[in-house]
Design a binder for this molecule. Structure first.
Ligand SMILES: C=C(C[SeH])C(=O)N1CCC[C@H]1C(=O)O
Ligand SMILES: [Zn+2]
Length: 597
């Protein structure tokens, strides 16, 4: 009897899964049409299609609930039913569902089309985030220009999203409750299939905080040397607008005038690519070639035909880089407003890592076509990029010349990587700690901005350029807050990518513990089929098994651990401790003097 029921259940769920694939394809095509051409007409069409799809999902969900799947024997079949049992935001009634979609779409289109006036020419008011404003934060060393640009962007992209955001929180929380969760924080964390996810985030932060405090102290001293004590204090937080990035999430753009050994040649990938007449397509082909060298699958014909890799001149699009799965086993795309910079070379590998993952798990039922958890999906491309950004690889491809690795060059290299990978951790941790509080109601709308800056000061040790009030809403000036994209995935990614990197470097014969000729910092897995096969085996699991199984398959560990990251940066940590002692720099930061609560 049970056998028959389970057999019937399998027939049902496989048919549902096929229908879901068709729905996801239709939905992705409508999302792409809008994100790639932000017109009112495309938005209205998208809203209509989303509503139809949500109604179809709801009907299917009612049917799925009739099956007594909890008692089934087949683990994978049970996992499929469990995933289909979670309806998500379609659980809202049509009216509220549409209101939620409009609130998010309003925030995201505001962000994508926000423009400010130029500091140097106040009548020129068509500056967008990409490429103009990013360019200013990449190059300007004028504190007044940076402060002005920071304030103007936070006005148009942050404050203006506050009302939509508040409505989004209410509706999204209602949807979470309809799915059996207390709030969206719990809904988001369910993806990680852990009972102690938030405790783990805290514990990982405790592991890496000492390393962060050292690089923070060192950078604050370098910025004070450059801009003076009036602008950068001895013991306070660092002004966020001086760190080379609108959100102070990575500080790579201030490397040139802060690196430990300035007389050592700087590895300016951007300049090298410009000198060698690199184009966006060449950057994509380079990344594709790296993946193929690992015996992974290269980008297919549809990818090269359908992707958008440069900002169009005749329409508005969402420029924030993204990778797209159209769930038909063939159509995979990237949409990106590529500039010829070292940062974008890294982003291209990041996005192509998503596409590689899509292709590796495309044989699975639709419901398992996902990362082991979303952090895995974000870590894949970055792990490859760790090899690409090694001096060894950059020399191999001619983007860096000469200069055999000596102690000082290695410290410079680790410092450059640290400005990307170490400083990112408190930012990522902060962004979802903030939103967990918002969804739980412990942070109310009346204190959104105050709470956001309290977390930024306590975790990142940064402060705003001037007084902030509740007329502001600085959190939404970050894409993922305006676009409703969960962010703990990146925090997880920046930890586990070093576990992946270490395992792959071992397999590639590029790393051995304690072997000074095979250090992590100079590992390049390029052309290692052994490493590529291990990656493919892990990706091919999709989300069909708990992520701990995928982690174990690749690294032998069954948990997220900071040991890979700490081992990679150990020489830098020791150098920074000594250097900060030498200069007597205060480690950590005292409360900010800026009024933001
Ligand atoms: C490149 C992407 C698209 Se998934 C991205 O949003 N990233 C990649 C790293 C962190 C985060 C960000 O830009 O904030
Ligand atoms: Zn990503």
């Amino acid at each position: 009897e049970l056998e028959a029921l389970e057999h019937e259940g399998r027939e049902y769920i496989l048919e549902l899964d096929r229908a879901t694939g068709v729905r996801r394809n239709r939905g992705s095509l409508a999302e792409w049409a809008y994100a790639a051409n932000l017109t009112k007409e495309n938005e209205d069409r998208l809203m209509q299609i989303r509503l139809e799809l949500s109604q179809q999902e709801k009907a299917a969900w009612e049917e799925t609930r009739m099956y007594k799947w909890q008692g089934f024997q087949d683990k994978e079949l049970k996992r499929m039913f469990r995933k289909y049992n979670e309806l998500g935001v379609s659980a809202l009634d049509d009216e509220k569902y549409q209101q939620l979609m409009r609130a998010v779409s309003g925030m995201e289109s505001n962000y994508a089309t926000a423009k400010i006036c130029s500091y140097k020419n106040r009548t020129k008011c068509d500056l967008e985030l990409e490429p103009e404003i990013v360019e200013i934060f990449t190059k300007s060393e004028d504190p007044e220009e940076l402060k002005y640009t920071w304030l103007e962007w936070h006005k148009v992209a942050g404050a203006k999203a506050r009302n939509n955001f508040t409505r989004y929180v209410e509706l999204y929380n209602e949807a979470a409750k309809l799915n059996g969760y207390k709030n969206v924080a719990d809904l988001w964390q369910a993806d990680y299939e852990m009972t102690d996810f938030e405790e783990q985030l805290e514990s990982l932060w405790c592991d890496v905080k000492p390393l962060y405090e050292q690089i923070h102290a060192y950078v604050r001293k370098k910025l004070r040397d450059k801009y003076g004590e009036e602008v950068v204090s001895k013991r306070g937080p660092i002004p966020a607008y001086l760190l080379g990035n609108m959100w102070a999430q990575t500080w790579g753009n201030i490397e040139s005038f802060t690196r430990p050994y300035p007389d050592k040649k700087e590895m300016d990938i951007t300049q090298a690519m410009k000198d060698q007449k690199y184009t966006p397509i060449k950057m994509f082909q380079m990344a594709d070639e790296f993946f193929r060298s690992l015996n992974l699958t290269g980008m297919n014909e549809k990818f090269w035909k359908n992707s958008i890799i440069e900002k169009p001149t005749n329409r508005e699009i969402v420029c924030h880089a993204s990778a797209w799965d159209f769930f038909d086993g063939e159509d995979f795309r990237i949409k990106m407003c590529t500039e010829v910079t070292g940062e974008h070379l890294r982003v291209i590998h990041h996005e192509m890592g998503h596409v590689e993952y899509f292709m590796q798990y495309k044989h699975h039922p639709t419901v398992f076509r996902d990362g082991a958890n979303t952090g895995f999906h974000e870590a894949l491309g970055d792990t490859i990029a760790l090899s690409v950004s090694s001096p060894k690889h950059l020399r191999r491809v001619g983007l860096v010349s000469g200069d055999a690795d000596d102690e000082q060059s290695e410290i410079n290299q680790l410092y450059k990587m640290g400005l990307d990978k170490i400083v990112f951790l408190p930012f990522a941790y902060m962004l979802d700690l903030f939103r967990y509080g918002v969804f739980r109601g412990t942070t109310t709308p009346e204190e959104y901005n105050c709470q956001y800056w309290r977390l930024r000061e306590s975790l990142q040790g940064v402060e705003p350029p001037s007084v902030r009030t509740e007329q502001d809403f600085d959190a939404a000036a970050k894409y993922h807050v305006s676009a409703n994209v969960e962010y703990a995935r990146y925090y997880v990614s920046f930890i586990i990518q070093f576990q992946f990197h270490r395992a792959l470097c071992s397999l590639a014969g590029e790393y051995a513990p304690g072997d000074v000729n095979r250090k992590l910092v100079d590992c390049d897995i390029y052309q290692s089929v052994a490493a590529g096969n291990a990656l493919a085996n892990m990706m091919r699991m999709g989300s069909s098994r708990p992520w701990q199984d995928a982690m174990e398959a690749l690294t032998g560990q069954r948990e997220m651990k900071a040991d890979g990251l700490l081992e990679y940066f150990r020489p830098l940590y020791e150098w920074l401790v000594a250097e900060n002692q030498r200069t007597g720099e205060y480690i950590g930061w005292e409360p900010s003097k800026i009024q933001y609560c």
